[in-house]
Write a protein that binds this ligand. Structure first.
Ligand code: SAH
Length: 421
């Protein structure tokens, strides 16, 4: 730095035109003009942060304006106006403004009323004042937020200083919530426990998946409950699917219907919730479920998961993802199959409805119910037809004793003894 710094602050190689533009060599712009030109030279040389101060010192030497707002701001405004304009133009002409954020501000604004009787001074105003941003990542030519008509207090879109800091960090590629430092026994951040990026002034957001929103979506209690159920659901299926691999198939009835519907049901039941929970892609379909819906969803989910598990256990090696009968296939009539013929489908109905009742998103929630409904009504008659082809009257008898989705209450004791045997 010691070898580079002298060259960086040496203005003697700048053209006459540049020196003039910044107002160097004449008053009242000489001092601040020099600062601005040095700033451009530092930015050109890759310096990350440059701070320029106007004023300093005391009262009328700086922007304090306790004596007279007009005299004070008139004086200091004239010192900085031309140099700032020159700096922005210069950065732009050199192609540096695209990657340089210029932020202008003071520690306070001034009050709209006089300080003292008949005095033209103005006291500090922390309630409403202006800052401006130019350059990298911000929209040009807009005004964001406003004070009341007196200029006393920010009333429209107020921006807290933490928001300003969050926005500047964002524009530098830093997440203010994750940029922390250990201080006095805790992780602290520049924005303390507040601060939001002021998106309204940003030139355009790069579409990326906001990490923070992901964690928040998953951490919402009902989403978390659904996620736990979802993992159990998938794990149950996975465990039994692995167990029945390599089973010899004897009669396979996979029509076009199955080929189309199975992927649709799998996408809506597995992919959609993942998209909803982990990305903002489905946010257009967000909505508020009515009060109490989630509680019903939880009940449906618990019963559905239990039935899903039990039907897999009872069906054992006879399970298959598509319609088929297999080597050594037997009609399962025990366990949950005693009174219901399609308990696994009952379970999928229950779980799908639970998905609709738990997720605050109609697409991730209800698309699966529609997809599974179509599949259920098209598939079940075919499945029963296949079972009758394979098992004949034995399956017909079994059908007479059972309900499709809901348990059938037996009519006669003779039926009872038959099914038990
Ligand atoms: N519809 C059933 C099973 C779904 S798995 C349920 O909802 O519980 C689909 C496979 O299960 C089909 O290929 C069929 O061969 C087999 N299957 C269906 N009902 C059966 C039963 N009662 N006994 C044995 N296998 C059965």
């Amino acid at each position: 730095m010691q070898s580079k710094a002298p060259e960086a602050v040496d203005l003697s190689r700048e053209t006459r035109q540049t020196i003039d533009n910044y107002g160097i060599g004449r008053e009242p712009t000489n001092e601040y003009g020099r600062n601005c030109l040095v700033a451009r030279r530092l930015v050109e040389r890759g310096v990350r942060c440059v701070q320029l101060y106007s004023g300093g010192g005391h009262l009328e030497d700086t922007w304090d304006a306790h004596e007279s707002i007009e005299k004070n701001h008139g004086k200091h405004g004239a010192e900085v106006d031309q140099p700032i304009g020159a700096l922005l133009t210069d950065l732009e002409e050199r192609g540096l403004l695209d990657s340089t954020l210029v932020a202008w501000g003071g520690e306070f604004g001034r009050m709209p009323f006089s300080e003292g009787k008949d005095a033209p001074g103005r006291n500090h105003n922390p309630y409403g004042f202006s800052m401006w941003f130019a350059g990298a990542g911000v929209k040009g030519g807009i005004r964001y937020g406003a004070t009341d008509e007196f200029g006393f207090q920010a009333t429209t879109d107020p921006v807290h200083l933490h928001d300003v800091h969050a926005t500047i960090l964002h524009l530098m590629g830093l997440d203010h919530e994750r940029l922390t430092f250990f201080h006095q026994g805790r992780q602290e951040s520049l924005t303390d426990v507040g601060g939001h990026v002021v998106r309204g002034i940003l030139a355009g957001e790069t579409p990326s998946i906001p990490v923070k929103e992901i964690t928040v979506a998953i951490l919402q209690p009902w989403n978390l409950i659904f996620t736990i159920g979802f993992v159990i659901y998938v794990a149950t299926r996975g465990k039994f699917a692995a167990g029945t691999k390599g089973n010899e198939s004897m009669d396979r009835r996979v029509g076009l219907q199955e080929k189309i519907l199975l992927p649709v049901v799998i996408s809506t039941s597995l992919l959609f919730p993942i998209i909803y929970l982990f990305t903002p892609l489905f946010s257009f379909a967000d909505y508020e479920l009515p009060n109490g819906a989630h509680a019903y969803g939880l009940v449906f989910m618990i019963v559905g998961l239990w039935l899903f598990w039990r039907s897999h256990v009872d069906l054992g090696l006879n399970w298959s993802p598509t319609l088929e009968t297999r080597e050594g296939h037997e009609i399962v009539k025990h366990g949950v199959y005693r009174r219901i013929r399609h308990p696994m489908y009952s379970a999928i109905w229950l779980f799908s409805i639970a998905q609709g009742l738990l997720l605050n998103n109609w697409l991730a929630g209800w698309a699966v119910v529609l997809a599974f409904a179509v599949m259920y009504f098209l598939r079940t008659p075919k499945e029963e037809e296949m079972m009758i082809d394979h098992f004949g009257s034995a399956y017909k008898d079994y059908m007479a004793e059972t309900g499709r989705l809901f348990p059938r209450v037996r009519q006669s004791t003779s039926n009872e003894s038959k099914s038990v045997g």
